[in-house]
Design a protein around this ligand. Structure first.
Ligand SMILES: Cc1cc2nc3c(=O)[nH]c(=O)nc-3n(C[C@H](O)[C@H](O)[C@H](O)COP(=O)(O)OP(=O)(O)OC[C@H]3O[C@@H](n4cnc5c(N)ncnc54)[C@H](O)[C@@H]3O)c2cc1C
Length: 554
């Protein structure tokens, strides 16, 4: 592919990039001798995390004073959404609910799924296969999701040298033993079967000529169990899920985010209020069961971090669940992926998948020196990058004032041969080469980016929440990863628990039928608490779209 030479690194960055080139041969020789940068001891890991990882800093957090998780610490931007009034159209519906909700609903279905990413699609497929009429309501277009952007791959213990037990231990260790072990057991047990299911749907995993799956290491994993489709694994997963859902007749309501749940007199979920974007009219949907699959919160840009997330990742599901009385867990815990793009600045925060490091790309400071083992868990790597740039002043500053460290991608081809980068990372290769930047030749400047919501709504292994008729799956939930997720386990989670949610919701719908009169009485206690706490009525949630004009680079 032709490279436009007019846009490469500016001279100020090139000087440091040349030092990377200079140390490359020696680093390669060390790798070929089997020598790697030493892994940190457990006590050093803890020390770096406590001192440098944003999750461990009090700055930018506050304690929730209202709602079911009162007393919990969260980033202020999220606390402001959890302790917020419903949007104006929901409040007017609340005040007039007897009249308005007594009318015919705008739409009726068996299972209503809020969110059209991977968890929502997987749920839709199993619910429809179980015979339910299924509707997905989604905020923007069906493809607007973190799932479609997922790059590196999906973990599952399907190789002879591996087992779900080994996978279980890695997930718990990665999460610093703060995970819900039952959820982890469900995740790893369903793993191999989930891969088979994807293949049956037509998914094309990377394989050797023999037909054997190609597997790689991810940070914090003791076995090679990362399965991928180049660096566009999420796109390929969404392709087969959307095809199947369409074939099964799942209907989709686009540009209609959920803004509130509907409950009956027994406190059971019986539907949802949707708001049309951008007009703001409401749509009342009745459903026998509801599944929350709204994804994460990256677009809240905690502490002004850039993000890798899709545009609609604004924590809507957390706000809706919280004021319906559902407890949340680990929501103070965010995953800052160590390698978001720091230059070119128009790509700030864009993900450089861990698979780059899995294939040998090293993280280096401005002198071209290694300072962290390639595959430490993500939170530890992030903490050491922040330390290197702040405490040791060993970062590289871009013309726009963004700090970063090098990801030495060209090393990959010296280890695995020419053509590897284009073959293994077609998405990122094309993205950069389109801007005239050849990642086969130059290292890329990177800095941690707000990437993943580790915690969320509490569910059981059947994806049921504490509210009858309401299920939840995917990034909106908490428990599986504890306070730190390992690479590749989110894609597995959305499929395992998405499918369980779909099965559970279809069963619930068939067993319990339509439920009672729809209303908004689940808001009574929460609105009372907001009034007592004197929460400003201008503060409303869910936010639906991110606010810009304020985010600045770290
Ligand atoms: C760039 C990137 C790369 C990643 N790479 C990997 C990887 O290689 N491996 C891995 O395991 N994980 C990876 N992850 C994480 C993983 O992709 C996500 O955690 C996972 O896909 C989330 O799936 P989900 O269905 O829960 O949410 P999403 O896929 O984000 O879907 C949520 C959906 O809900 C919709 N929505 C939001 N609010 C509302 C509302 N109010 N009403 C209606 N709809 C709403 C959204 O628009 C969206 O369609 C990556 C994430 C990113 C951002």
């Amino acid at each position: 592919m032709a490279v436009n030479q007019s846009h490469t690194l500016p001279e100020s960055l090139r000087e440091s990039a040349r030092l990377v080139e200079k140390t490359r041969e020696e680093r390669l020789a060390r790798l070929l001798r089997g020598e790697t940068f030493p892994l940190l001891s457990l006590s050093d890991r803890r020390a770096w995390l406590e001192e440098y990882h944003p999750d461990y800093q009090l700055e930018g957090r506050r304690t929730l004073g209202v709602g079911p998780s009162k007393g919990m610490e969260t980033p202020v931007e999220l606390a402001d959404l959890l302790e917020a009034w419903p949007r104006a159209n929901v409040l007017s519906l609340y005040e007039d609910s007897d009249k308005r909700l007594a009318q015919e609903p705008d739409h009726v279905t068996d299972v209503l799924i809020i969110g059209g990413g991977g968890a929502g699609m997987a749920a839709a497929i199993t619910a429809a296969e179980a015979g339910a009429k299924v509707t997905i309501a989604t905020k923007l277009r069906p493809g607007d999701s973190n799932t479609i952007m997922a790059e590196g791959g999906i973990q599952a213990a399907d190789q002879e040298c591996d087992s779900p037990v080994q996978h279980f231990l890695d997930v718990l260790g990665g999460g610093h033993f703060t995970n819900d072990p039952d959820m982890v057991e469900a995740l790893v047990t369903d793993g191999p079967e989930t891969l088979r299911w994807l293949e049956e749907l037509g998914l094309l995993f990377d394989k050797y000529a023999t037909g054997r799956m190609k597997t790689r290491h991810g940070g914090g994993t003791s076995r090679k169990r990362l399965h991928s489709c180049g660096d566009v694994t999420g796109l390929e997963i969404m392709r087969v899920l959307q095809d199947r859902a369409e074939y099964l007749g799942v209907e989709t309501i686009q540009f209609h985010p959920a803004v509130e749940l509907l409950t009956d007199e027994n406190g059971r979920a019986v539907g949802v209020v949707l708001e049309r974007i951008p007009q703001g009219e409401t749509l009342v949907v009745r459903a026998k069961a509801v599944i929350l699959a709204t994804g994460g919160f990256g677009r809240l840009h905690f502490r002004d971090f850039p993000t890798s997330n899709h545009y609609g990742a604004t924590a809507d599901g957390l706000a809706i669940a919280y004021r319906a009385g559902l407890p949340l867990r680990d929501i103070q815990s965010c995953q800052y992926h160590p390698t978001g793009v720091a230059y070119p600045e128009q790509k700030l925060g864009l993900l450089l998948t861990e698979k780059f490091r899995g294939l040998g790309a090293q993280i280096l400071n401005r002198h071209g020196d290694e300072f962290v083992h390639n595959l430490e868990p993500r939170d530890v790597t992030t903490a050491t990058i922040i330390r290197e740039c702040s405490e040791y002043d060993n970062g590289v500053e871009t013309p726009g004032g963004v700090n970063g460290v090098w990801l030495d991608i060209p090393l990959i081809e010296l280890l695995h041969g020419r053509g590897t980068i284009e073959r293994e990372f077609p998405g990122r290769f094309k993205e950069f080469i389109g801007k005239g930047f050849d990642i086969r030749k130059w290292p890329v400047l990177a800095y941690p980016t707000l990437h993943y919501q580790n915690g969320g709504v509490v569910t059981g292994t059947d994806a049921a929440t504490d509210m009858p008729g309401l299920f939840a799956a995917g990034e909106v939930t908490g428990g599986v990863h504890g306070k730190n997720r390992l690479m590749g386990n989110a894609l597995l989670e959305i499929l395992v628990f998405g499918r369980r949610a779909g099965e559970g919701a279809a069963r619930f719908a068939a067993e319990f039928g339509a439920g009672g009169k729809p209303g908004l009485s689940h808001l009574d206690a929460f609105l009372e608490e907001l009034t007592v706490a004197k929460i400003d009525r201008q503060r409303t949630a869910p936010r639906l779209l991110p606010v810009y004009g304020k985010v600045r680079p770290v």
